[in-house]
Design a protein around this ligand. Structure first.
Ligand code: SAM
Length: 242
């Protein structure tokens, strides 16, 4: 087990990752705001090497699929041993398995996770994991999209990045979160900055008007139009929520 230490006495949001490739971490989570938050102790990262729980001299973690077929499957007994060890210190964390079959990772799920104590994440490899460990250890499968990655580590990093940026104090301007895509079931409105005119394309006049009410109304209308055009699924779901 490797623990990437944090710098303050404050209770951090805890990430506990079970993986065959702990050397991939913190990787992109070690830079910029998320990395600074790790150093500052706003969140902590504990890594568990699944191979430490492997079977025999070669520490085998996988075997051929029952019933035949291509590839290898991660063993239930090995994964359960790794999970049980990780739970000795982090029993309160929800256990997630990154999986293309899982429930979609949405901003609502990210927010819910970020408001809890943290997350324990199992990163799969090969053809995936023995179904019995999913049932036997109460695992929630979470997908980051309808495509197949070669391993769960990048998916775990996506989930962690999305959660950690919502922890109070991680982002400078908390206000910027309120208007982001998905926060109100809408995609974000278009953004502009300097220069005022660029390659013959002016910044919309309303944004330079100083009239905050008008600006808010324009942004709302743009966000609604974008959502209707690009994500009819989101737009339809908004109607049902109300
Ligand atoms: N045979 C599996 C299937 O068809 O569902 C795919 C296994 S994939 C090659 C190996 C691992 O990558 C999975 O166990 C999972 O941890 C991870 N993974 C792949 N795609 C993912 C996705 N869209 N979301 C989350 N995790 C994913």
């Amino acid at each position: 087990m490797a623990h990437i230490p944090t710098g303050t006495g404050r209770l951090p949001w805890r990430a506990s990752v079970l993986t065959l490739f702990p050397e991939m971490f913190p990787g992109p989570l070690g830079v910029s705001l998320i990395g600074q938050a790790l150093s500052a102790g706003l969140w902590s990262l504990t890594l568990h090497q699944i191979r430490d729980f492997g079977i025999g001299r070669h520490r085998a973690v996988d075997d051929t699929p029952a019933g035949g077929g291509a590839g290898m499957v991660m063993r239930a007994d090995v994964l359960a041993a790794a999970i049980d060890r990780a739970r000795e210190t982090d029993a309160d964390l929800p256990l997630l398995y990154m999986s293309p079959r899982g429930v979609p990772l949405t901003q609502a799920r990210v927010r819910m996770l970020s408001e809890g104590p943290g997350a324990m994440i199992l990163a799969g490899r090969f053809e995936g994991i023995d179904e019995r460990v999913i049932v036997g250890r109460g695992v929630t499968e979470v997908s980051i999209g309808d495509y197949v990655l070669s391993g769960g580590e990048l998916a775990a990093m996506v989930l962690l990045d999305a959660c950690v940026r919502l922890i109070p104090g991680v982002l400078g301007a908390e206000e910027s979160l309120a208007h982001e895509s998905f926060e109100d079931g809408l995609l974000e409105y278009p953004q502009y900055t300097k220069p005022r005119d660029w390659e013959g394309r002016p910044t919309p006049e309303v944004l330079l008007s100083g009239d905050h009410k008008k600006i808010a109304a324009w942004r709302r209308a743009e966000a609604e139009q974008l959502t209707r055009e690009r994500r009819p699924d989101l737009w339809g779901a908004r109607g049902k929520r109300r």
